[in-house]
Design a protein around this ligand. Structure first.
Ligand code: ADP
Ligand code: MG
Length: 685
């Protein structure tokens, strides 16, 4: 079997399609399954959620619908499909004379004849389909000769799936990933390995996919927690090299506060005061600002930046997407320009003369505030006197990325404010944010309108369209979100474009806009701009990365296939409405048939607008179904850790972090998770 070169961790980040038996064509399904990442490592960390056990039954009449069974039968009938798209029907009879059926689609006749020879006995393994007259297997897992069935396992791992991906295929892919995975050099001290069942990293993965050991999974959970904790500690250290105290004078902030069309909330005032206090000290600030979507975190960032500028330092505001960067600029520039401050804007799209000028202004200090994306982290970006770093949606950046910004600071140290929209459960803070000061914006700004959330079966979409029509006629604006993890997911993109076409045909092309990742940068801007200034009233958005967009007149959020989104993410999406002066609505469109977890998720959302409560629910309900975009659930989705079960590991992790950081193999572990968890680059252009 092809093994990844030597014991290097780097081969694990190759696309899954580089594995034997996985074609390019399947890559997009694996992408869809793994938040668009689709690498070998993502298959390895795609853990089973349960186990499918086949119960041996002597008669087909002994099993209920949906049961996974194995049964000895004789092939006694054969009806080929009459038209393409229809199934072939193979008659079977068990030893007690009960008649049943096997349905198979799209199989050439010769293959069929050899798989199901008339009059012969076979062992059928599979699930009994629901709602049929006869006991029926649809595409059974296996149909085996009687003697070869003995070697078959009684159980297999059951994985979260995605539409179009057969469980057997996924099992094969994961098998291929396991075969290719190297034994990595051990980074845990021997006594810890022993305490967790003696599994090496690779052995633990093997065991988890055989779904027979909690200890193995706990070892992997420990790895993950340690990686976070070590990375966090390093960052904290770097952030705490001596930074120059920045003492606010109020010269700028007083003017801005007067110019604001609203009064700062108490929470904002307190958070700002805390930042100013921190920044004035000799110990650099290291503060986490938590506040639900729409709670007004940007104002806190602004006033912290003003304080830095008053103290003659520069400030940088780092955001994960182009769109967010633009929005921050649009919001902040009018407040800053009267004071003679023009934010320097730097994203993946900045090029040419303008970029050169921006870089020069940051380097010589004429630009006081930088707003930008990952582009700010590039080596050619230098600051004259960077004193404050603000990181919005912090979980979208890896520790290395955050470190590289701090390295640009004056004297290699900066005051740091990180902001997150998804509350981080207390237990988690111990590991990932240990030693950090926290401010919370508990209240939203006053005058916020409630958002009424309802769920609606896709089958009733017509009713929704009628209501939408009325709302658009009243002058309201709406988002229509289609799930799409990965732009290479052509089917989903096509479905979204088709949806756009249908909506535009119904409501008029001049009224409906479309925004997706495959558009050119200028087209994206135009679509967003048109919606933002009210030219278009309905915006179909396919990409889910643009969290945080602010269009106050938008009052309706429709989310298609809502069951595929994680709770935290649905909450974030919903947070895009309810920002203006009118009451808002969020409609969760879902498949007519819903799984248990999906249903609970949607109900939770209809019931509550409380991000904190939802974050806890999210952790509880994690791991079921075909969910897109958990990467964005702010706690920084775990791969191996399960809560609350693993909460016991937290104090242990805290106690050994320091020692483990000194281990010669620690970099392997850090790479495993740092690169493993790094989000896909959010910017296409
Ligand atoms: P988030 O916390 O999600 O980043 P924003 O900073 O984008 O939230 O703020 C959401 C909206 O609330 C913006 O339109 C902003 O102008 C507005 N806002 C912020 N603070 C206040 C306030 N104190 N009173 C009224 N509106 C506010
Ligand atoms: Mg924000």
């Amino acid at each position: 079997m092809l093994a990844i070169q030597s014991s290097s961790v780097h081969g694990l980040f190759a696309p899954a399609s580089t594995l034997p038996g996985i074609g390019e064509k399947r890559q997009y399904l694996i992408n869809r399954l793994t938040e668009g990442r689709g690498r070998i490592i993502d298959l390895l960390y795609h853990f089973p959620v349960g186990i499918t056990e086949w119960r041996s039954i002597s008669s087909l009449s002994h099993a209920s619908e949906g049961a996974a069974v194995r049964c000895l039968v004789e092939i006694n009938d054969y009806n080929p499909a009459r038209r393409p798209g229809q199934p072939h029907r193979i008659g079977i009879v068990d030893s007690s004379g009960v008649q049943g059926e096997i349905l198979v689609f799209n199989t050439p006749a010769p293959v069929l004849a050899s798989r199901f020879p008339m009059g012969e006995r076979r062992i059928v393994i599979g699930e009994l389909a629901a709602g049929r007259l006869l006991p029926t297997f649809i595409h059974p897992q296996a149909v085996l000769k009687v003697d070869s069935a003995a070697s078959l396992p009684d159980a297999v791992a059951a994985y979260p799936l995605t539409t179009g991906l057969h469980p057997d295929a996924l099992r094969r892919y994961i098998r291929a990933a396991l075969n290719a995975a190297p034994e990595l050099p051990e980074w845990l001290p021997p006594e810890l390995v022993a305490a967790h069942g003696g599994y090496s990293w690779k052995a633990a993965l093997e065991a988890v996919h055989r779904c027979n050991h909690t200890k193995a999974r706990q070892r992997l959970a420990l790895d993950e927690l340690l990686a976070r904790s070590v990375a966090w500690n390093r960052w904290r250290h770097a952030a705490q090299r001596h930074a120059a105290p920045l003492v606010a004078t109020g010269a700028l902030s007083r003017a801005v506060e007067r110019a604001l069309p609203f009064a700062l909330t108490r929470g904002q005032q307190e958070a700002i005061a805390a930042c100013l206090r921190d920044m004035a000290g000799v110990q650099p600030m290291l503060r986490l600002l938590q506040g639900d979507v729409g709670s007004g975190k940007t104002m806190v960032a602004l006033f912290a930046a003003l304080a830095a500028i008053e103290a003659e330092a520069q400030a940088a505001l780092l955001v994960p997407t182009e769109l967010l960067a633009q929005q921050h600029r649009q919001k902040l520039a009018p407040l800053l320009e009267p004071l003679g401050i023009t934010p320097a804007f730097l994203t993946g799209r900045s090029t040419g003369k303008q970029k050169k000028q921006t870089l020069a202004q940051l380097a010589d200090g004429t630009a006081r505030l930088a707003i930008g994306t990952h582009a700010v982290l590039e080596d050619n970006v230098h600051f004259h006197q960077l004193g404050l770093v603000v990181i919005d949606e912090q979980h979208r950046f890896g520790v290395q990325q955050r470190l590289s910004l701090i390295d640009k600071a004056a004297g290699g140290a900066a005051h740091t404010l990180v902001m997150t929209a998804t509350p981080i459960p207390r237990t988690l803070q111990l590991v990932s944010y240990h030693g950090m000061d926290t401010s919370i914006l508990a209240e939203k700004p006053p005058g916020r309108q409630p958002i009424t959330t309802t769920k609606l079966s896709q089958a009733r979409v017509e009713e929704l369209l009628e209501r939408l029509d009325a709302a658009l006629k009243r002058g309201e604006q709406a988002y229509w979100v289609c799930p799409l993890v990965d732009e290479s997911d052509k089917l989903a993109l096509a479905a979204a474009i088709e949806r756009y076409g249908a909506l535009a045909a119904r409501f008029g092309f001049h009224q409906v806009g479309l925004l997706h990742g495959q558009l050119k940068a200028a087209e994206k801007d135009a679509a967003m701009q048109a919606f933002s200034n009210g030219e278009t009233r309905l915006l179909v958005v396919t990409t889910v990365v643009e969290v945080g967009v602010d269009v106050p007149n938008a009052t309706i959020m429709i989310i298609e296939q809502a069951e595929r989104f994680g709770l935290a993410q649905l909450h974030q999406l919903r947070g895009r409405v309810g920002r203006g002066s009118k009451p808002s609505a969020c409609v969760l469109l879902h498949a007519p048939q819903l799984g248990d977890i999906a249903r609970q998720r949607l109900y939770a959302l209809c019931r509550s607008n409380d991000g904190f409560w939802l974050a806890e629910e999210d952790l509880r309900l994690r791991g079921g179904g075909d969910v897109v975009g958990t990467a964005q659930s702010g706690s920084g989705a775990f791969r191996a850790v399960r809560l609350p079960e693993d909460a016991d590991l937290f104090p242990q992790v805290e106690a050994i972090t320091h020692a483990v950081d000194a281990h010669p193999q620690i970099e392997t572990l850090l790479t495993l998770f740092e690169r493993g968890n790094a989000a896909r680059l959010p910017e296409a252009g």
